[in-house]
Design a protein around this ligand. Sequence first.
Ligand code: CDP
Length: 215
Amino acid sequence: MSERVQIAIDGHSSTGKSTLAKALAKYLNILYLDSGAMYRAVALYQMEHNLSDQDLINRLEQLEVSFNAKNEICLNGKMVENEIRKMEVSNRVSGVAQIPEVRKKLVELQQKVPQSVVMDGRDIGTVVFPKAQLKLFMTASPEIRAERRYNELRSKGEEVSLKEVLENIKTRDFQDENRTTDPLRVAEDAVYFDNSDLSLDEQLHKAIQLYHERA
Ligand code: CDP
């Protein structure tokens, strides 16, 4: 593969973007990168240090967000993969993702990735990689998404209710779609992908087919 491949998977919360992105990256033997984990890490930092938005902005330069060799998210060198998935972080992350300075820092880091990559998030096809060879926009009904996320969190032992998860999903969708900087939008050349009734195998099959058609 000589040309650098960029695949953008955007969409609503808990649509299984990362599951499909990982499977596609594995199939193509390229890197997978979870941009949402980067926003979650910044939200975790703000929470742990009890910072106002302005304090966070002032400290952004000292804040290092990276991925280790196992592709796990690190905050100032410390692996925080488990902490960032907690409900407390989910409740805060879309607020942090509205801060233009935060977006600027993370978008720059994402654009610096030198190799072929499948990246999932909210603004990958519209802002980070506008020239991506394949752009998918994933969605499913809020109830289906909430149930998936609820089962995931419960299997990790987190005490949450289905109602709480559904509310978080709806609030984040609203915040992500209505923020001023880089809101969640369907890119003009994106393929709309409702996976409410598709198994992972079916989704992967469809994504591979689309990739071969477009790349
Ligand atoms: O996995 P889930 O759908 O819960 O969300 P995520 O991908 O982990 O992203 C968490 C939050 O980060 C989103 O709700 C957005 O507010 C924000 N985000 C963003 O603004 N831009 C991105 N490229 C990725 C995530």
